[in-house]
Design a protein around this ligand. Structure first.
Ligand SMILES: Nc1ncnc2c1ncn2[C@@H]1O[C@H](COP(=O)(O)OP(=O)(O)OP(=O)(O)O)[C@@H](O)[C@H]1O
Length: 436
């Protein structure tokens, strides 16, 4: 049984990089917690502090309710799994898995039994005599998992353990890892920049940006009720449509949300109107996921936006239409294109590449980007903050049936599910409208 608590933990590296900024997070016993965020947001640094491989600059890392800042890594009852597997190439698979037990002084007979049990649970019982070089990537990852679980640790720390594998195998191992950790009841902290991994595997997800924790909750909570504009923009594919809206209150009648030259109306007796009404005369951000938008006949009544298709994207099972609706979109920087979530070539890769190039050429190949340079206060308006967000003509992402009978230039009317709208204030914080 292991619980982890981070209390106001900050890590500033010697060069002044603030990798982790006042993070507080509780991980419950047996919980599968995923740390999610783009490359360089500080996820691995959090994990390394929990492992005892990095010391916090301030704050406390607590294990089972005790401050563990000064506890050496080997006394923390943890097992780590990394993306590069870190297997011993000269040892057989069986010896790799048995190694931690050997170190712990376990006799050969019970050692062999434990190894056989773990190997059969992971489906690698028939390759125990092979060397790691004679295995596939997926098998190697299973051996790394086996070596981690064989000691029955209280806490698993996994740093992008699947990112070197192809996508089919990743999906398979995703299910295996989450099944296995739950079966074992081991508390797990799993680092990834892949939102699909986070949403499918986690009991709860903690989303980070530039060292700052943005939101923590179950996958349903963080997806359905994102705490900040950043989380709203980061999660989901296609990205949530984020539109600048002006609020105008017609007392006792309705609240108008003006999007360019069109408007949506919240009836006054709708509970959400009261929260949004505080922003009368101001601009807010209205978020609409594609699932809240349905194409309808052009003259349909109710909450309908009119647009013209700028372009279509065909994805096989569906097509996405991107509509010009004459409104302004708020684009959150650093979330990357959705496909980014699939590239293992993160900041760490860049750093390594830079170090290798430097060794050969004496010059840095890639400047070591400091995500905190140009950091702005959390109070800055997102509607006027060129370093972090920018505005551009909105292209509303809408789902259509595969290969629809429309093309670029076609007009399209879209019905908006008003109860699925998200609202954010000018600082990028969720406006709580008291529902869901
Ligand atoms: N030893 C170090 N010295 C200076 N800066 C560092 C060091 N280690 C990490 N950093 C910086 O701290 C920030 C957070 O790094 P970290 O590795 O925790 O991010 P990450 O979210 O895990 O990213 P990635 O997925 O690319 O590894 C980055 O800006 C990184 O360049």
């Amino acid at each position: 049984m292991t619980t982890v608590a981070l209390k106001d933990v900050t890590k500033v590296f010697r060069d002044g990089t603030v990798a982790v900024d006042s993070v507080s997070l509780d991980v419950n016993d047996g919980e599968f917690m995923v740390l999610l965020g783009p490359s360089g947001c500080g996820k691995s640094t959090v994990l390394r502090m929990v492992a005892g491989l990095e010391e916090p600059t301030s704050g406390a890392v607590m294990l089972d309710g005790e401050v563990a800042n000064d506890l050496p890594p080997r006394e923390r009852k943890i097992a780590m799994v990394f993306q590069d597997f870190a297997l011993y190439p000269h040892m057989s698979v069986g010896d790799n898995i048995a190694f931690p037990l050997k170190l712990a002084g376990i006799e050969p007979a019970p050692r062999g039994e434990r190894v056989a049990d773990v190997a059969s649970a992971l489906g690698i019982g028939d390759v125990l005599a092979r060397r790691p070089s004679q295995l596939s990537g997926g098998q190697r990852q299973r051996v790394a998992m086996g070596r981690a679980i064989v000691r029955r640790p209280g806490l698993f720390l996994m740093d992008e353990p699947l990112s070197n594998l192809d996508s089919g195998l990743r999906a398979e191992l995703r299910a295996e890892i989450s099944g296995l950790t739950r079966e074992l009841g081991v508390t797990t902290i799993y680092v990834t920049h892949d939102q699909a991994e986070a949403l499918t595997m986690a009991d709860r997800v903690a989303i980070m940006r530039k060292g700052v924790l943005q939101d923590v909750g179950t996958p349903t909570q963080v997806y359905g009720r994102p705490a900040t504009l950043y989380v709203a923009a980061f999660l989901g594919s296609p990205r949530m449509n984020l539109l600048e809206a002006s609020v105008y209150v017609h007392l006792d009648r309705y609240v108008t949300l003006t999007l360019g030259d069109q408007a949506l109306y919240l009836p006054w007796d709708d509970i959400r109107s009261r929260a949004v009404a505080h922003y009368h005369g101001e601009r807010i951000v209205v978020g609409m996921r594609a699932e809240a938008l349905t194409p309808v006949a052009p003259d349909s009544p109710g909450d309908v936006l009119q647009g013209r298709i700028r372009y279509l994207e065909h994805h096989g099972h569906e097509s996405l239409a991107f509509l010009d609706i004459g409104a302004t979109a708020i684009v959150v920087d650093e979330v990357g294109a959705p496909a980014d979530s699939d590239t293992p070539f993160g900041q760490r890769g860049l750093r390594r590449f830079g170090q290798v190039m430097q060794r050969f050429t004496g010059r840095a190949a890639v400047p070591d980007a400091n995500p905190n340079s140009g950091r702005t206060s959390g109070r800055t308006s997102v509607l006027n903050d060129p370093g972090r967000h920018h505005r551009r003509p909105a292209e509303l992402a809408v789902r259509l049936a595969p290969y629809p009978a429309v093309s670029a230039g076609h007009p399209l009317a879209i019905k908006v599910r008003m109860d699925a709208l998200h609202f954010f204030d000018e600082r990028g914080d969720r406006i709580d409208v008291g529902w869901r």
